[in-house]
Design a protein around this ligand. Structure first.
Ligand SMILES: COC(=O)COc1cccc(COC(=O)c2cn[nH]c2)c1
Length: 247
Protein backbone atom coordinates (compact mmCIF):
# COMPACT_ATOMS: atom_id res chain seq x y z
CA UNK A 1 0.00 0.00 0.00
CA UNK A 2 1.07 3.53 -0.71
CA UNK A 3 0.12 6.39 1.60
CA UNK A 4 0.85 10.06 0.91
CA UNK A 5 0.19 12.65 3.59
CA UNK A 6 -0.06 16.36 2.76
CA UNK A 7 0.35 18.78 5.66
CA UNK A 8 1.82 22.16 6.64
CA UNK A 9 3.35 20.40 9.68
CA UNK A 10 5.33 17.42 8.30
CA UNK A 11 7.09 16.96 11.66
CA UNK A 12 3.71 16.06 13.19
CA UNK A 13 3.95 12.79 11.25
CA UNK A 14 7.43 11.92 12.60
CA UNK A 15 6.01 9.15 14.85
CA UNK A 16 5.39 7.16 11.66
CA UNK A 17 9.11 6.39 11.60
CA UNK A 18 8.72 4.44 14.85
CA UNK A 19 7.60 0.98 15.89
CA UNK A 20 5.49 -1.25 13.65
CA UNK A 21 4.66 1.38 11.06
CA UNK A 22 8.31 2.44 10.86
CA UNK A 23 9.32 -1.19 10.46
CA UNK A 24 6.70 -1.74 7.75
CA UNK A 25 8.09 1.25 5.85
CA UNK A 26 11.67 0.06 6.14
CA UNK A 27 10.74 -3.46 5.05
CA UNK A 28 8.80 -2.15 2.05
CA UNK A 29 5.43 -3.44 3.31
CA UNK A 30 4.21 0.16 3.39
CA UNK A 31 5.25 2.97 1.06
CA UNK A 32 4.55 6.17 2.99
CA UNK A 33 5.55 9.72 2.07
CA UNK A 34 4.88 12.97 3.95
CA UNK A 35 4.73 16.15 1.86
CA UNK A 36 4.90 19.80 2.96
CA UNK A 37 1.92 21.55 1.39
CA UNK A 38 3.92 24.79 1.25
CA UNK A 39 6.14 23.21 -1.42
CA UNK A 40 3.29 23.96 -3.84
CA UNK A 41 2.89 27.64 -2.98
CA UNK A 42 4.05 30.26 -5.45
CA UNK A 43 4.53 33.33 -3.27
CA UNK A 44 7.47 34.46 -1.16
CA UNK A 45 5.52 33.95 2.07
CA UNK A 46 4.42 30.44 1.03
CA UNK A 47 0.80 31.32 1.83
CA UNK A 48 -1.70 28.47 2.13
CA UNK A 49 -4.70 30.29 3.63
CA UNK A 50 -6.95 33.29 3.13
CA UNK A 51 -9.98 34.96 4.72
CA UNK A 52 -13.34 33.15 4.48
CA UNK A 53 -15.98 34.30 1.97
CA UNK A 54 -19.06 35.24 3.95
CA UNK A 55 -16.92 36.55 6.80
CA UNK A 56 -16.42 34.95 10.19
CA UNK A 57 -13.40 34.20 12.33
CA UNK A 58 -10.34 32.28 11.23
CA UNK A 59 -8.84 31.46 7.87
CA UNK A 60 -9.61 28.90 5.15
CA UNK A 61 -7.04 26.85 3.22
CA UNK A 62 -6.78 27.94 -0.40
CA UNK A 63 -8.04 25.63 -3.17
CA UNK A 64 -5.32 26.61 -5.64
CA UNK A 65 -2.45 25.43 -3.45
CA UNK A 66 -4.25 22.19 -2.58
CA UNK A 67 -5.03 21.65 -6.26
CA UNK A 68 -1.37 21.94 -7.27
CA UNK A 69 -0.29 19.61 -4.46
CA UNK A 70 -2.95 16.96 -4.99
CA UNK A 71 -2.50 16.96 -8.78
CA UNK A 72 1.23 16.39 -8.29
CA UNK A 73 0.86 13.64 -5.70
CA UNK A 74 -1.94 11.84 -7.55
CA UNK A 75 0.01 12.02 -10.83
CA UNK A 76 3.05 10.44 -9.21
CA UNK A 77 1.75 6.95 -9.65
CA UNK A 78 3.10 3.78 -11.23
CA UNK A 79 0.01 2.26 -12.80
CA UNK A 80 -2.89 4.68 -12.44
CA UNK A 81 -3.96 3.04 -9.21
CA UNK A 82 -7.32 4.19 -7.84
CA UNK A 83 -6.76 6.37 -4.78
CA UNK A 84 -8.82 7.15 -1.72
CA UNK A 85 -8.45 10.83 -0.85
CA UNK A 86 -9.01 11.02 2.91
CA UNK A 87 -9.81 14.34 4.53
CA UNK A 88 -9.78 14.08 8.34
CA UNK A 89 -12.42 16.40 9.76
CA UNK A 90 -15.10 16.64 12.46
CA UNK A 91 -17.80 16.46 9.81
CA UNK A 92 -16.71 13.13 8.39
CA UNK A 93 -17.90 9.54 8.72
CA UNK A 94 -16.66 8.22 12.08
CA UNK A 95 -13.70 5.84 11.78
CA UNK A 96 -14.50 2.31 12.98
CA UNK A 97 -12.61 -0.96 12.69
CA UNK A 98 -14.79 -1.75 9.67
CA UNK A 99 -13.69 1.51 8.00
CA UNK A 100 -10.04 0.64 8.78
CA UNK A 101 -10.54 -2.80 7.19
CA UNK A 102 -12.04 -1.18 4.10
CA UNK A 103 -9.21 1.32 3.80
CA UNK A 104 -6.63 -1.43 4.30
CA UNK A 105 -7.90 -2.90 1.04
CA UNK A 106 -7.13 0.27 -0.95
CA UNK A 107 -4.04 0.50 -3.16
CA UNK A 108 -3.41 4.14 -2.35
CA UNK A 109 -4.43 6.55 0.39
CA UNK A 110 -3.79 10.28 0.00
CA UNK A 111 -4.47 12.11 3.26
CA UNK A 112 -5.10 15.85 3.14
CA UNK A 113 -4.55 17.37 6.58
CA UNK A 114 -6.63 20.50 7.05
CA UNK A 115 -5.77 23.33 9.41
CA UNK A 116 -7.38 26.64 10.35
CA UNK A 117 -11.16 26.47 9.70
CA UNK A 118 -10.71 23.85 7.04
CA UNK A 119 -9.96 23.35 3.36
CA UNK A 120 -11.99 25.25 0.72
CA UNK A 121 -14.96 22.94 0.05
CA UNK A 122 -14.34 23.01 -3.71
CA UNK A 123 -11.25 20.84 -3.29
CA UNK A 124 -13.22 17.78 -2.12
CA UNK A 125 -15.90 18.65 -4.69
CA UNK A 126 -13.32 18.77 -7.50
CA UNK A 127 -11.51 15.55 -6.70
CA UNK A 128 -14.76 13.66 -6.19
CA UNK A 129 -15.26 14.07 -9.95
CA UNK A 130 -11.71 12.88 -10.75
CA UNK A 131 -11.81 9.35 -12.26
CA UNK A 132 -9.99 6.87 -10.01
CA UNK A 133 -10.28 9.08 -6.93
CA UNK A 134 -12.73 8.42 -4.09
CA UNK A 135 -13.04 11.27 -1.57
CA UNK A 136 -13.90 10.38 2.03
CA UNK A 137 -14.04 12.79 4.96
CA UNK A 138 -13.17 10.83 8.09
CA UNK A 139 -13.76 11.80 11.71
CA UNK A 140 -11.89 10.06 14.53
CA UNK A 141 -14.47 11.22 17.06
CA UNK A 142 -16.90 13.91 18.09
CA UNK A 143 -14.48 16.57 19.20
CA UNK A 144 -12.47 19.27 17.42
CA UNK A 145 -8.71 19.17 16.88
CA UNK A 146 -6.52 21.96 15.52
CA UNK A 147 -5.72 20.07 12.36
CA UNK A 148 -5.92 16.78 10.55
CA UNK A 149 -2.43 15.49 11.43
CA UNK A 150 -3.33 13.68 14.66
CA UNK A 151 -6.33 12.10 12.93
CA UNK A 152 -4.03 11.06 10.07
CA UNK A 153 -1.76 9.28 12.57
CA UNK A 154 -4.76 7.43 13.99
CA UNK A 155 -6.06 6.36 10.58
CA UNK A 156 -2.61 5.30 9.37
CA UNK A 157 -1.94 3.20 12.48
CA UNK A 158 -5.40 1.56 12.41
CA UNK A 159 -4.97 0.72 8.71
CA UNK A 160 -1.26 -0.18 8.55
CA UNK A 161 -1.53 -2.75 11.35
CA UNK A 162 -4.08 -4.67 9.24
CA UNK A 163 -1.68 -5.01 6.30
CA UNK A 164 -0.32 -8.56 5.94
CA UNK A 165 3.05 -8.95 7.66
CA UNK A 166 2.90 -5.73 9.69
CA UNK A 167 1.73 -7.26 12.96
CA UNK A 168 3.88 -10.26 14.01
CA UNK A 169 1.07 -12.59 14.99
CA UNK A 170 -2.10 -12.05 12.88
CA UNK A 171 -3.95 -14.13 15.50
CA UNK A 172 -3.76 -11.14 17.82
CA UNK A 173 -5.85 -9.13 15.36
CA UNK A 174 -8.78 -11.47 15.84
CA UNK A 175 -9.29 -11.44 19.60
CA UNK A 176 -8.66 -7.78 20.35
CA UNK A 177 -11.38 -5.23 20.93
CA UNK A 178 -13.48 -4.54 17.84
CA UNK A 179 -11.78 -7.46 16.16
CA UNK A 180 -13.54 -10.20 14.22
CA UNK A 181 -15.65 -11.09 17.27
CA UNK A 182 -16.95 -7.51 17.44
CA UNK A 183 -16.72 -7.58 21.22
CA UNK A 184 -14.49 -5.65 23.62
CA UNK A 185 -11.32 -7.42 24.69
CA UNK A 186 -11.28 -9.71 27.75
CA UNK A 187 -8.96 -8.71 30.66
CA UNK A 188 -5.37 -9.95 30.34
CA UNK A 189 -2.87 -11.02 33.00
CA UNK A 190 0.79 -12.00 33.23
CA UNK A 191 3.31 -12.92 35.95
CA UNK A 192 3.51 -12.65 38.92
CA UNK A 193 0.47 -14.84 39.82
CA UNK A 194 -0.14 -12.59 42.84
CA UNK A 195 0.56 -8.85 42.85
CA UNK A 196 -0.19 -6.52 45.81
CA UNK A 197 -2.82 -8.96 47.06
CA UNK A 198 -4.47 -9.31 43.66
CA UNK A 199 -4.49 -12.88 42.37
CA UNK A 200 -4.84 -13.93 38.73
CA UNK A 201 -8.24 -15.64 38.08
CA UNK A 202 -7.65 -19.34 38.81
CA UNK A 203 -9.11 -20.60 35.55
CA UNK A 204 -6.25 -18.93 33.67
CA UNK A 205 -3.66 -21.04 35.48
CA UNK A 206 -5.73 -24.23 35.26
CA UNK A 207 -4.24 -25.32 31.93
CA UNK A 208 -7.78 -26.19 30.81
CA UNK A 209 -7.93 -24.46 27.39
CA UNK A 210 -11.67 -24.99 26.95
CA UNK A 211 -12.45 -23.35 30.27
CA UNK A 212 -10.02 -20.51 29.56
CA UNK A 213 -11.71 -19.83 26.20
CA UNK A 214 -15.15 -19.87 27.83
CA UNK A 215 -14.02 -17.56 30.67
CA UNK A 216 -12.51 -15.11 28.15
CA UNK A 217 -15.64 -15.10 26.01
CA UNK A 218 -17.81 -14.51 29.10
CA UNK A 219 -15.64 -11.59 30.24
CA UNK A 220 -15.69 -10.05 26.74
CA UNK A 221 -19.47 -10.34 26.60
CA UNK A 222 -19.86 -8.91 30.11
CA UNK A 223 -17.57 -5.98 29.33
CA UNK A 224 -19.28 -5.28 26.03
CA UNK A 225 -22.74 -5.42 27.62
CA UNK A 226 -21.63 -3.09 30.42
CA UNK A 227 -19.59 -0.55 28.45
CA UNK A 228 -20.74 -0.76 24.85
CA UNK A 229 -24.25 -2.28 24.60
CA UNK A 230 -24.44 -0.63 21.17
CA UNK A 231 -21.80 -3.08 19.91
CA UNK A 232 -23.84 -6.04 21.19
CA UNK A 233 -26.89 -4.71 19.36
CA UNK A 234 -24.83 -4.61 16.14
CA UNK A 235 -23.64 -8.21 16.41
CA UNK A 236 -24.87 -10.59 13.76
CA UNK A 237 -27.60 -12.82 15.28
CA UNK A 238 -25.49 -15.96 14.78
CA UNK A 239 -22.50 -14.32 16.50
CA UNK A 240 -23.83 -15.40 19.91
CA UNK A 241 -24.15 -19.10 20.70
CA UNK A 242 -26.56 -20.60 23.29
CA UNK A 243 -23.74 -20.78 25.87
CA UNK A 244 -23.38 -17.01 25.52
CA UNK A 245 -26.96 -16.38 26.59
CA UNK A 246 -25.95 -17.15 30.18
CA UNK A 247 -23.95 -13.93 30.59
C1 LIG B 1 -13.32 19.30 4.66
O1 LIG B 1 -12.62 18.99 5.84
C2 LIG B 1 -11.74 19.90 6.30
O2 LIG B 1 -11.59 20.96 5.77
C3 LIG B 1 -10.96 19.50 7.51
O3 LIG B 1 -10.30 20.65 8.04
C4 LIG B 1 -10.01 20.64 9.38
C5 LIG B 1 -9.97 21.83 10.06
C6 LIG B 1 -9.68 21.85 11.41
C7 LIG B 1 -9.41 20.68 12.07
C8 LIG B 1 -9.42 19.50 11.37
C9 LIG B 1 -9.02 18.26 12.09
O4 LIG B 1 -9.97 17.29 12.19
C10 LIG B 1 -10.68 17.27 13.39
O5 LIG B 1 -10.78 18.23 14.12
C11 LIG B 1 -11.28 15.98 13.69
C12 LIG B 1 -11.14 14.84 12.97
N1 LIG B 1 -11.87 13.89 13.60
N2 LIG B 1 -12.48 14.41 14.65
C13 LIG B 1 -12.15 15.71 14.72
C14 LIG B 1 -9.74 19.45 10.01
Amino acid sequence: MRIDVLTIFPDYLAPLDLSLVGKARRSGLLDLAVHDLRDWTADRHRTVDDTPFGGGAGMVMRPDVWGEALDAVLADDDAGQPAVLLVPGPGGEVLTQRTAEELAGARRLVIACGRYEGIDARVAEHYATRPGVEVREISIGDYVLNGGEVAALVVIEAVARLLPGVVGNPESLVEESHGAAGLLEYPVYTKPPEWRGHAVPEVLTSGHHGKVARWRRDRALERTAARRPDLLARLAPDALDPADRRV
